[in-house]
Design a protein around this ligand. Structure first.
Ligand code: UD1
Ligand code: CA
Length: 472
């Protein structure tokens, strides 16, 4: 969809006062990713990163740090004096840097994040086909309050006469239904010629980019509007409530995409699925599941309710039972987790392995077919294949200063409630008796018992009871 001759400016310098938040607006997240990153991703489908100019100002360092890896350019707007002022900074940037001025300039808003690549491409095409000086993306939402309104010359023609901000609407214009999305395409020289003529003589005392429309029309230039296919795509986020509405819309879009690829998602409106997540066909996601960050899940797996899976890789045919929490974990094909398993970073669960009820793992490799089914803590351990870790057994990996490794060979049986004091090695095929405290390595095929002997006193309890009964 590459558009030669186009550059893209993204307005992202504003504070977002209406959010009442310390975090810059464009770094607020929907679908698990900052607004600005969504906009940059859409822009990248039309032009290379070198042709993208992000206008930053409020908390500029923080915004730049968050999006620098995308490779876009930054234009500084020290004082935020309005959207027109933001584009004045772009003009100044080109003059100062000597960078080639692009023929066409597409302007996106950092706070209108659901914009689709196809829509951006369509505006560029229409702009060229209409030979327009300015092309405006519009929509007709149920409630247009708060948005600038686009006034057309004729109701059925594409030509626009002006954009009027909410606060400047005359009483008879209050009902105007078509809103300005804040997304435009310009002939760059036509835009640049008008920027210095903008004034701050308006309700907000700001330079309005929107005023350029009427100025171009007054010069006899062609200004046209095109309606977006869906209203959701051009919704802005000025308040937290609006932000959450966009979040829900984006997540529903992600769920629909996955369902179209053969994933079953029961009650998708209850699930929280980030934009980047991938899931294979015939996998089933139950209600109230969260799939976050860069999580990927293979085919024919099932994630049961209340599980939260973050930045993890899950194979095919895996069963994640209810209430599991996974963070940066890798789970191989056919493994069974939970209910209520907690897989912390660098947990690598082997093929067909089981990690059961109330088991916590961290920096652990659990080999093929191994089982840790009940109430274990396994941290800093390399565990072979076919190992059985009994109920309540734990690794003691921390001496108060350093972490130490526990190594368990293939086919080892660790009896219930054992404590394995690292560094320690249980060689292949060895046995650890239940209730043992293991501080020394166990050779292959050996049995280790590390517990005090039981003493049994026949009749002791009966005698005690009898004595008590006498006292009362
Ligand atoms: C703007 C439009 C309005 C449109 C709406 C769509 C103007 C005057 N009005 O209003 O017609 O319906 O968007 O969402 O343009 N920004 C800067 N520098 C500034 C001011 C703003 O970079 O000095 C950035 C903001 O960070 C934001 C975008 O520009 O990403 C839009 O600014 P905002 O203040 O939200 O404009 P709206 O009032 O929403
Ligand atoms: Ca806005």
């Amino acid at each position: 969809m590459e558009k030669p001759g186009f550059a893209i400016a993204i307005m992202a310098a504003g504070k977002g006062t209406r959010l009442k938040s310390k975090r810059p607006k464009v770094l607020h997240e929907i679908g698990g990713q900052a607004l600005l990153l969504h906009v940059i991703a859409a822009a990248r489908t039309v032009v290379p990163a070198e042709q993208i100019y992000c206008i930053v100002g409020h908390e500029a360092d923080r915004v730049k740090a968050a999006v620098a890896p995308t490779g876009v350019n930054f234009v500084m707007q020290e004082e935020q004096r309005g959207t027109g002022h933001a584009l004045q900074m772009v003009k100044a940037f080109f003059a100062m840097s000597g960078a080639a001025v692009p023929k066409h300039l597409l302007v996106l808003s950092g706070d209108v994040p659901l914009i689709k690549p196809e829509t951006i491409a369509a505006i560029c095409d229409l702009h060229l086909a209409e030979k327009a000086a300015m092309t405006i993306l519009t929509a007709v939402p149920a409630d247009p309050t708060g948005y600038g309104r686009v006034l057309r010359r004729n109701s059925d023609g594409p030509e626009v006469t002006a954009i009027v901000e909410q606060k400047s609407l005359k009483p008879e214009q209050l009902g105007a239904p078509e809103i300005n999305s804040g997304i435009y395409c310009f002939e760059t020289h036509e835009l640049f010629a008008k920027l210095d003529l903008l004034s701050t003589d308006n309700a907000h005392g700001e330079f309005y980019l929107t005023d350029v429309a009427a100025m171009l029309v007054a010069d006899g230039k062609r200004v046209v509007a095109v309606k977006a296919e869906s209203v959701d795509e051009v919704l802005g986020a000025n308040t937290i409530a609006e932000m959450m509405h966009l979040d829900a819309a984006m997540r529903m879009g992600t769920a629909r995409r996955l369902m179209a690829q053969g994933v079953t998602i029961f009650r998708p409106e209850t699930c929280v699925i980030d934009a980047q997540v991938t899931v294979g066909p015939d996998t089933v996601i139950e209600p109230y599941v969260q799939l976050l960050g860069g999580t990927t899940i293979g085919v024919e797996s099932r994630v049961r309710s209340y599980s939260v899976i973050q930045n993890s890789t899950i194979g095919d045919g895996v069963m994640v039972r209810n209430g599991c929490i996974l963070d940066h974990a890798q789970v191989s094909d056919g493994a069974v987790l939970g209910p209520y398993a907690h897989l912390r970073p660098e947990s690598r669960i082997g093929e067909g392995a089981h990690v059961g009820n109330f088991v916590e793992t961290k920096k652990v490799t659990l080999g093929k077919g191994s089982k840790a089914n009940h109430l274990n803590y396994l941290g800093d351990a390399v565990i072979g294949a076919g190992v059985n870790i009994g109920a309540g057994a734990i690794t003691c990996n921390y001496d108060g200063v350093h972490k130490h490794l526990t190594t368990i060979g293939d086919g080892v049986f660790v009896g219930s409630d054992s404590t394995l004091v690292a560094p320690v090695t249980l060689e292949a095929g060895s046995y650890v008796a239940a209730g043992s405290c293991i501080t020394d390595d166990v050779p292959a095929g050996a049995l280790a018992l590390g517990r005090s002997r039981q003493i049994t006193k026949p009749g002791w309890a009966d005698a005690k009871r009898a004595a008590r009964a006498k006292q009362n």
